[in-house]
Design a protein around this ligand. Structure first.
Ligand code: FES
Length: 112
């Protein structure tokens, strides 16, 4: 009798290394490595995101709105906090080049 070498615990272990990023309003679902940089990952998938400063954390053009599970994004660092203050961003708006995705999230922009 054939026995699959991939155990349920191995499947769970591998699944925990990835997260889902749902892009609204198109409902595009992406699977990303956990702890990935949000802007860099979106760019790698040819998702258009503003990035006037090239991800240096200076322009705020890469902001995205987090619709669900903001807790699954790394806490804002000092660079992001300063940008959010200067640009009067809402609490759920995040500077994607400064964010690491730690779990499943749902995000949008006003140009998707
Ligand atoms: S690309 Fe400029 S702040 Fe993120």
């Amino acid at each position: 009798m054939f026995q699959c070498p991939i155990t349920p615990s191995r499947i769970k272990e591998v699944a925990q290394k990835f997260v889902k990023i749902l892009l609204k309003p198109k409902n595009t679902e992406l699977v990303a490595p956990r702890d990935t940089n949000l802007l860099q990952f979106l760019q790698s998938k040819d998702i258009p995101v503003g990035n006037a400063c090239g991800g240096m954390g200076l322009c705020a053009s890469c902001k995205v709105s987090v619709l669900k599970n903001e807790k699954n994004i790394s806490r804002p660092n000092d660079q992001e906090m300063g940008l959010k203050d200067r640009n009067h961003l809402q609490k759920n708006e995040r500077i994607s080049c400064q964010c690491r995705v730690l779990g499943d999230i749902e995000i949008t922009t006003n140009y998707w």
